[in-house]
Design a protein around this ligand. Structure first.
Ligand code: A2P
Ligand code: 11C
Length: 340
């Protein structure tokens, strides 16, 4: 099985290499692609240097392609890669809302990946982090309404987002103006309730992604979802305050117990000991931290909770590799790529 990463030099690409190093996925060859700017540079994988190649306009000689170079690259090239014989796990939003493309979080709907026609979409990071925590609650208690407020790290905007936060911090502490390029305003010592473009309904696209994608992953359009997405000056890990109205009343301790038995989440919920989900503790971790679980004061029998998850991992690289592992375990990945 020949594996390729497109966008290997980016923030998610970096995490893909690190997750793959520890993964059970078996492959005979790893090819790395990025923009022409990075062609000829090298990245290390399992102690070996691999030369980064410019992403070609045509097919890539691989059986499986993990794509994380942005929506426009995926939109233009993923169909070409599929024609060349590859299965594509795409981290962009280019195909997520296409009915013929599965949108997969393996803990929730892994089997949907088996019905692919060449492309499998990886969800938006904010959606994936909420979904992995809310899914067990939805199955046990039936979520009717879900209200989400997010606290999203600068790395959601890629490596250049983290760089902007670092540069602005140095600049402001040296008494200079912050300046900004990546974000709509300076992010240092600020927060910005604006991620992606504003839609005609007043919500941003990032907020609507949480609505659309939760419906698709849960296979339940009746769920009412609303989100306010906010960028905050942290490096990585997205956190989310979530309020749930439920069909059947939930006891917080029973929910903690349920989540302790659920894959992909870690209950961190001991306020007396000052233990709750935080970017500081969830960064670099595979599991999404869930805590502050308490009965809602608004919805009888409902819940309030707080989650924090490394969006470069569960929200992107880890989820993509888990989809690949799932396909390989099911014997659904073959070495059928056409020669270069
Ligand atoms: P490069 O590093 O050469 O610019 P991030 O999300 O962290 O910004 O990373 C984006 C990734 O997508 C990087 O690996 C980047 O490569 C890659 N990329 C950006 N533009 C292109 C392009 N036109 N063709 C292929 N890869 C691209
Ligand atoms: C952010 N969640 O934090 C976005 C990045 O739909 O894959 C991921 C966008 C996406 O800016």
């Amino acid at each position: 099985m020949k594996l390729a990463i497109v966008g290997a030099t980016g923030a998610v690409g970096h995490e893909l290499l690190s997750v793959l190093e520890k993964s059970t996925l078996t492959f005979s060859e790893l090819q790395l692609y990025a923009s022409p700017r990075s062609a000829g540079s090298t990245l290390t994988f399992r102690g070996q240097e691999i030369t980064v190649q410019a992403t070609p306009d045509g097919p890539i000689p691989a059986d499986l392609i993990l794509a994380s170079a942005g929506g426009s690259i995926s939109k233009a090239l993923a169909p070409v890669w599929v024609k060349g014989g590859a299965v594509v796990i795409d981290n962009s939003s280019a195909f997520r809302y296409d009915d013929t493309v599965p949108l997969v979080v393996p803990e929730i709907n892994g089997e949907a990946a088996l019905a692919h026609h060449g492309i499998i979409a990886n969800p938006n990071c904010t959606t994936a982090i909420a979904a992995v925590a809310v899914w067990p609650i939805h199955r046990a208690y039936g979520v009717k309404r879900m209200i989400v407020s997010t606290y999203q790290a600068t790395s959601g905007a890629g490596a250049k987002g983290m760089q902007e936060l670092e540069e602005q911090t140095r600049s402001v502490l040296a008494g200079n103006p912050a300046g900004h390029e990546v974000f709509a305003h300076p992010i240092v010592f600020n927060l910005i309730p604006h991620i992606d473009s504003f839609q005609s309904n007043g919500f941003t696209k990032e907020e609507m992604k949480v609505v659309w994608e939760t419906h698709k992953i849960f296979g339940d359009d009746s769920l009412r979802v609303s989100c306010t997405a906010v960028r905050i000056p942290t490096m990585r890990a997205h956190s989310e305050a979530i309020t749930l109205e439920l069909e059947r009343p939930a006891d917080p301790e029973a929910v903690r117990e349920l989540l302790r038995r659920s894959p992909g989440v870690k209950v961190v919920d001991d306020p007396e000991a000052k233990l709750y989900p935080m970017p500081l503790t969830s960064s670099g971790e595979y599991d999404v931290e869930v805590g502050r679980i308490r009965s809602s004061l608004v919805f009888d029998g409902g819940l309030d909770l707080f989650v924090s998850g490394d969006q470069l991992l569960k929200g992107a690289a880890l989820n993509a590799v888990q989809i690949a592992e799932y396909l390989q375990q099911k014997g659904a990945l073959s070495g059928t790529a056409s020669p270069a």
